[in-house]
Design a protein around this ligand. Structure first.
Ligand code: GDP
Ligand code: CO
Length: 395
């Protein structure tokens, strides 16, 4: 793969946020001895990417998606990555979850690839969390893992740790284009190859998010939600560093990846607020604004890559209400962040009121956050899950 070097990097305490990097070639060919290096371009060899794929788990959160889409997503993920499907699909009256497991089983029969699948609401899973005193992920009434994509991600990260992976990436199950999924994973790997720190996050930035209208297809540059969330995250950073910046371009990027070392010390905010909150938390914790409980991270630094995909992002259209919920949850974590001052808070309230998402003189809901996963004893967690036969492993 051939990728631009980051042309600009914003520093925030020990956090380095690299500007969007464009891909010049998805496949940069065979390595040649007489090759001339180009200083502004990174060439990442296939074998380097494959080395990362060996150590990479791809978590696929799924909730009532079409099985054809799920199967397409599986087909796009490079074979050597372990796939972890975390489902919150219904089991009753129709057992959609069983259909998903069957899809994986059939896929495994022909590909022999390693995959794990678990249901978010499995009582054995909730019990394993309970035993490890990690109750922030549980629904107080049901005593099961709460609904939400973030909750699925947290389960996925733990399973990735359980199977001994070094990197974990997330790919949505509603992607229409398997080739795009394949690219997302290669981009994650490329990011890890370029990183200097071991606390790394790679976020995909969409070149286009096309919309299909009666008049034809239009290659839209920005999703509506991310445009707004980006703006407020940038305001927060600008306000601190005293220079206006537009560095954040991937606030709501669902397709992203982390080193496990970083993943297990982050806090995760519930539902769809998880992606912007990851960024906010990194800035809060490692931005040098307050003392941190992780001096080794400050020493190493946290690196954030934003890589612009060549493939456009096509996924299921979930409608207007879904978008509103997403924006409300995203701006809510910005609103309640300790980095957010009164002026920005007022701007956020006005934004939400003007978009008809929040009533005047009310406040956004405060979402639950899940503490760092490092506190969980992974051996014990693994044993509990096995005892309760919570997951199915294909290998
Ligand atoms: P968007 O693409 O960001 O607009 O959000 P989606 O609704 O497409 O959700 C992203 C991914 O998370 C999809 O694969 C969904 O099926 C999945 N998802 C959404 N909510 C949940 C949940 O509560 N649990 C799990 N396991 N997956 C979820
Ligand atoms: Co989607």
């Amino acid at each position: 793969m051939r990728v631009e070097i980051p042309l600009y990097t914003e520093r925030f305490g020990s956090v380095r946020i690299h500007d969007v990097q464009r891909i010049l070639e998805l496949d940069s060919g065979r390595r040649r001895d007489d090759e001339k290096e180009i200083t502004t371009i990174h060439k990442i060899e296939k074998n380097e990417i494959e080395d990362v794929e060996d150590k990479l788990a791809i978590v696929v959160p799924v909730k009532e998606e079409k099985l054809k889409l799920l199967e397409g997503v599986l087909s796009g993920i490079p074979h050597d990555c372990v796939v972890i499907v975390v489902s919150n699909s219904q089991t009753n009256p129709i057992n959609r979850f069983k259909m998903e497991v069957d899809t994986l089983a059939r896929f495994h029969r022909f590909t022999r690839r390693k995959m794990l699948v678990i249901h978010q609401k499995d009582p054995g899973l909730a019990l394993a969390f309970q035993e490890n005193k990690y109750t922030g992920i549980l629904d107080k009434k049901e005593k099961l893992v709460r609904d939400g994509k973030a909750e699925a991600m947290v389960v996925g990260i733990l399973l990735a740790k359980m199977v001994g992976k070094e990197f974990v990436g997330f790919v949505d199950a509603d992607n229409y284009i398997p080739g795009a999924v394949n690219e997302y994973v290669k981009n994650f790997a490329a990011g890890f190859c370029m990183a200097e720190s071991s606390y790394v996050m790679v976020r995909n930035s969409w070149k286009y998010k096309p919309k299909i209208y009666n008049t034809g297809i239009y290659f839209k540059k920005w999703g509506r939600i991310s445009e707004v969330t980006n703006r407020y995250l940038n305001l927060i950073i600008s306000n601190y560093i005293g220079f206006e910046t537009e560095i954040i371009k991937t606030a709501n990027s669902g397709e992203h990846a982390l080193t496990l070392k970083l993943a297990e010390i982050l806090k995760y905010s519930s539902g769809f607020s998880v992606e912007p909150y990851e960024l906010l938390y990194i800035l809060e914790e490692f931005g040098g604004i307050k003392p941190t409980s992780y001096p080794e991270v400050i020493e190493n630094g946290v690196e954030i890559f934003q890589i612009e995909t060549r493939n456009p992002h096509f996924h299921e259209d979930k409608g207007e209400d879904h978008l509103k919920k997403m924006l409300l949850e995203s701006l809510s974590v910005v609103y309640y962040s300790e980095l957010c001052n009164q002026t920005i808070k007022t701007l956020i309230l006005n934004e939400l009121v003007s978009q008809d998402i929040l009533k005047k003189d009310t406040f956004p809901p405060q979402l639950p956050a899940m503490p760092p996963l490092r506190s969980i004893n992974i051996q014990n967690f693994n044993e509990k899950l096995k005892e309760a036969k919570t997951f199915t492993m294909f290998e």
